[in-house]
Design a protein around this ligand. Structure first.
Ligand code: 5BU
Length: 276
């Protein structure tokens, strides 16, 4: 466990150089939640309805915008309004994995215009470091208006059975993140990666990457398609700063009650790991 994991979100917010991370930690502290709901529903109505009902209990909403059957401007406008209303951030789980020239178009343009509304996106480093540079260029462009409110997570590990995002791939993820600390705000991983040793890019004293952990579920161990779950307590004790739950919340009989339960358990586990 890193020393940062033992600090309160508020303290990390105060000394973090990245404006988006400061905002994220401030939200967590203000709302007493480290829950990210993965709102994997397939219509705009369901998505906005979930966002509005769960908004008070979450720090971030995670979307797969391309699974909506009726995506339109209304989807974006609605999500943005609810993010303001309930003070949460939007994370589009796009998992970019292509050459720089293509990901720039996928990020900024196209029908989804992800860069306009998603505070956070993620990418795999399978194509090499250029993918991070390309995405970073998009938000650093002079005419891009949301630059300081955009950040990238590197997909350093995956939760599915037999995942190949391990070993040298994970080490490279950390090295690339360390070289792009302006834009890479953290990782999607199943644990903190502060123990990753690299002679090439050693860990610096003041580095504070945010760890988002997917595959969190209170009542299930996995699904029939290879998903593997851990509990909020387990994820947070392994270094997760934010726990991501999908079906555990949105498919529950009462999603609001479920969100409150994840919020409580996530918050208690976070408090338990703080320096006493
Ligand atoms: P679930 O319903 O809690 O299993 O949903 C998990 C979500 O997190 C879903 O949107 C996945 O696409 C996403 N996910 C994941 O499950 N495992 C990973 O390693 C990554 C993303 Br990266």
């Amino acid at each position: 466990m890193s020393s940062n994991s033992r600090l309160p979100y508020g303290a990390r917010a105060q000394k973090h150089p990245n404006a988006l991370v400061r905002k994220l930690f401030e939200i967590a502290e203000a709302k007493k939640t480290n829950v990210v709901v993965s709102a994997d529903v397939t219509t705009t109505k369901e998505l906005l309805d979930l966002a509005d009902r769960l908004g008070p209990y979450i720090a971030v909403i995670k979307t797969h915008i391309d699974i909506l059957s009726d995506f339109s401007q209304e989807t974006i406008t609605g999500l943005k309004q609810l993010a303001e209303k309930h003070n949460f951030l939007i994370f589009e789980d796009r998992k970019f994995v292509d050459i720089g020239n293509t990901v720039q178009k996928q990020y900024h343009g196209g029908v989804l215009r992800i860069a306009e509304w998603a505070h956070i996106v993620n990418c795999s480093i399978l194509p090499g470091e250029g993918i991070v540079e390309a995405l970073e260029q998009t938000v650093k462009a002079k005419d891009f208006p949301y630059g300081s409110e955009r950040g990238l997570l590197i997909l350093a590990e995956m939760t599915s059975k037999g995942s190949l995002a391990t070993g040298p791939y994970t080490v490279s993820s950390v090295e690339i993140a360390r070289r792009h600390r302006d834009f890479v705000v953290g990782f999607v991983s199943t644990r903190a990666l502060t123990d990753v040793q690299s002679a090439e890019v050693p860990r610096s004293e003041d580095e504070d990457f945010v760890v988002f952990t997917t595959g969190v579920n209170l009542s299930s161990k996995g699904d029939k398609l290879g998903q593997q779950y851990q509990t909020p307590q387990s994820a947070i004790s392994r270094g997760a700063d934010f726990i991501i739950a999908g079906r555990g919340i949105y498919a529950a009989a009462d999603p609001v009650e479920a969100a409150k339960q994840y919020q409580q358990q996530g918050w208690e586990a976070y408090q338990a790991r703080l320096v006493q």
